[in-house]
Ligand binder design. Structure first.
Ligand SMILES: Cc1cc2nc3c(=O)[nH]c(=O)nc-3n(C[C@H](O)[C@H](O)[C@H](O)COP(=O)(O)OP(=O)(O)OC[C@H]3O[C@@H](n4cnc5c(N)ncnc54)[C@H](O)[C@@H]3O)c2cc1C
Length: 531
């Protein structure tokens, strides 16, 4: 195989697959996509695989945060996809673009070209929406997006409780307005996962100008002075190099992209020197500005039989669900991580919702990074603040590319974050205690009504909450001293290197992050092609 390409994309995840597809549309571009993980996992297309692969070393990096006081000195699990499709091959399949205001805020920060009006064409270009046609939705993109097919009387009760509490039913939270409760739009089509690999790579793998190599870890970027000229790759303990005549696009995700930059000598010089790395370019923001959605899970017991999937899929009933999936491609195994979602304002005067809630029609048990069905029938409500202000960091622990970086979330270090989460939990309680839900639920199992004061709720979050797996922001876009890339995703002070993945988000968006990452991939390819 030749080792010279026009473009080298590092990481075949949500953004990387989109970049590789669009750049190789022009057959004069020779494109190389390098992925550290395998090409696929046998169960990844099964929607329920999100629970089965959440801690599986064959498809997952399985990072953990450092123990921190604000989160009870626990190590919080950080699953990340390690296979083609990246985290979109193991994620919860919930499809959310985010709120218009998220992107308008990015533009307002000086990132012209990133307002909602600017990014909307790329969200549309990405998707093939199976719901009602609308000028806000795309119909010709590679990614099929469908409304969840599962129906359950408890979902109707959630919507009715919403009405009682002035929270409207929303038919399309990715359309005109995000606020309200609605059925989840999913990256599931005919009962199977649509990962970035399925959408963007599978249909074009025969392109002769696209080379994809898997099980190959990029250990560092190569430079000639301040110009990126290639990458070093480790495959089965053998090191090789691949060179670029145009650009390298780093799409390793929010944990790995800053790690690769630091290993390559780009970052805060004093951190690099301490780890034995010779700095090439001093950029203090590398690895800073880490944000994620910490999300307490409130669990209610369901008193009616046959409603919760703890009943419908627990024990021997799982066999029925397997047959149901085999013959009808629906039921428990075809569910996304949450079939109903809501976007709420904790204060009326807010311009857009400040919390998101995932409603899961069974009791979820999280233990040591693993996820299982509890025995008792229940419903789990996961609540997170949309745009947290607390910021953490990711930095290498040594110059060994195989050693995991140190990840510090610094959750709940901001008063607004604490207040919003507490108000979010209270809002869930109000909703779940409204008459339509009371017909189904009789007891708050977690945290339980003993946790009544704001301080109790905060203690519960500190001791129990994990995330909904949306780390972003560690190579943020912008122009201040902490910015790593500019508005065209070029690394400040370096030639021939862009970043396209969750790490470039200056702030966290109001929702799940997969769609935004694919949009960032589309956007990056467009910058390269049309600039
Ligand atoms: C368990 C879980 C559930 C989630 N649920 C949802 C959900 O329901 N909806 C939603 O919208 N979002 C969800 N997310 C988040 C969403 O999937 C991610 O934000 C998104 O996929 C990230 O895209 P990315 O391109 O930034 O990185 P990734 O998709 O993570 O891709 C990075 C890729 O780079 C590869 N890579 C990294 N380092 C190297 C290296 N050194 N050399 C070569 N390759 C490398 C990785 O193996 C990976 O394939 C979830 C995530 C997880 C983990």
């Amino acid at each position: 195989m030749t080792n010279k390409f026009d473009y080298i994309v590092v990481g075949g995840g949500s953004a990387g697959c989109a970049v590789a597809n669009r750049l190789s549309e022009n057959d004069t571009n020779k494109v190389l996509l390098i992925e550290a993980g395998r090409s696929s996992h046998p169960i990844s297309r099964l929607p329920a695989s999100f629970a089965l692969l959440i801690d599986n070393p064959l498809a997952n990096w399985r990072y953990r945060s450092e123990p921190e006081e604000n989160t009870g000195n626990r190590e919080i699990p950080i699953p990340r996809g390690k296979l083609l499709g990246g985290s979109s091959s193991i994620n919860g399949l919930v499809f959310v673009r985010g709120n218009k205001l998220d992107y308008d805020t990015w533009a307002q920060m000086g990132n012209t070209g990133w307002s909602y009006d600017d990014v909307l064409p790329f969200f549309k270009k990405m998707e093939n929406y199976q719901g009602n046609t609308s000028e806000l939705r795309g119909e010709e993109g590679p990614l099929k997006v469908s409304e969840v097919s599962d129906r359950n009387p408890i979902y109707d009760a959630i919507f009715k409780s919403g009405e009682v509490n002035n929270i409207p039913f929303n038919k399309d939270y990715n359309g005109e307005d995000q606020e309200g409760l609605g059925y989840t739009q999913t990256t599931i089509y005919k009962g199977e996962r649509m990962s970035a690999e399925v959408a963007y790579l599978r249909p074009i793998k025969s392109r002769k100008n696209l080379t994809i190599i898997t099980n190959s870890l990029v250990t560092k970027l190569l430079f000639e002075k301040k110009k990126c000229i290639g990458v070093e790759v480790k495959n089965k303990n053998k090191l090789s190099t691949f060179m670029t005549s145009k650009e390298v696009i780093l799409s390793g995700g929010a944990i790995n992209s800053p790690q690769i930059l630091e290993l390559s000598g780009i970052g805060n010089s004093s951190i690099l020197k301490k780890k034995g790395i010779e700095p090439i370019h001093h950029l203090v923001g590398v690895g800073e500005n880490l944000r994620d959605h910490i999300a307490p899970r409130i669990i209610y017991r369901i008193k009616k039989e046959g409603i919760s999937y703890n009943d419908k899929a627990g024990g021997i009933n799982l066999i029925k669900q397997v047959f149901r999936y085999m013959f009808k491609r629906d039921g428990f195994l075809a569910l996304p991580s949450a079939p109903v979602v809501g976007f709420f304002k904790t204060r009326k005067e807010l311009a857009s919702p400040d919390i998101q809630v995932h409603f899961i029609p069974y009791r979820v048990v999280l233990k040591d990074g693993k996820r299982s069905l509890g025995k008792e029938p229940g419903i789990t409500c996961t609540v997170n603040q949309n745009r947290p202000e607390s910021k953490g960091s990711i930095h290498i622990k040594s110059n060994d590319p195989n050693e995991f970086p140190s990840i510090k979330f610094n959750f709940m270090s901001n008063q607004l974050d604490k207040d919003t989460l507490v108000d979010g939990v209270k809002l869930i309680r109000k909703l779940m205690q409204s008459a339509p839900m009371k017909e189904f639920c009789d007891l708050e199992i977690q945290p339980g009504l003993d946790y009544s004061s704001d301080k109790d709720i905060l203690n519960f979050i500190r001791d129990k909450a994990e995330t909904v797996y949306h780390p972003v922001g560690t190579c943020k876009m912008g122009f201040d001293e902490n910015a790593v890339v500019d508005k065209n995703l070029k690394v400040h002070g370096i030639q021939g290197l862009r970043i396209a993945d969750a790490s470039i988000m200056p702030t966290l968006i109001s929702g799940n992050t997969n769609a935004a990452c694919m949009m960032i991939g589309e956007r990056c390819a467009d910058f390269i092609i049309n600039n």
